[in-house]
Design a protein around this ligand. Sequence first.
Ligand code: CTP
Ligand code: MG
Length: 168
Amino acid sequence: MTLLDLLWSVIFYPILYVLPAYVANGAPVLFGAGRPIDRGKKFRGKPILGKNKTVRGLVAGIACGCIIAAVEFPFLNYMLAIGVLMSIGTQIGDLLGSFAKRQIGMGSGKSLPIADQYLFLVFAVLLAVPFGHFPSLYGWLFIIVFTGLLHLFTNIGAYKLKLKKVPW
Ligand code: CTP
Ligand code: MG
């Protein structure tokens, strides 16, 4: 195995594999605005999702993730289906996270470690499982570490660019 093979299987392929999910998770920060998905409704006296989960963010997240899937498709055919489902799974995980945060009494934008960083990815991968293409074990380990760091630094960056009100 050459160094290039190693870099491909541990770093580059895993990143390409989860890229639709990353983009589906990040796009709402850029494009989200306007009407909340839950329209301000409550469940058990708590906001269902909260005002930060917008229809535009949801649509933009899925659309941008699908664009990545389409760009990867000519090189890795199976990434079209995997990428589309990951984009949807990302949004499912993100909304479930917000629902859970609201139910335990956390206000919109408050940080819930682990859930904030990984729930989107867990659901993205769950929806992709039926297609049966996966990174290597070391690829997964890299993704777990990389996702945590990416979340940390992209949020600090988005805060400094005034795209987000909080740096987490
Ligand atoms: N966003 C959006 N629509 C979505 C998801 C996110 O408009 N469906 C935008 C919002 O501006 C949100 C930002 O992206 O503030 C960051 O998303 P995230 O960190 O997932 O939401 P939080 O603001 O932390 O809200 P919550 O506590 O519900 O997770
Ligand atoms: Mg957040």
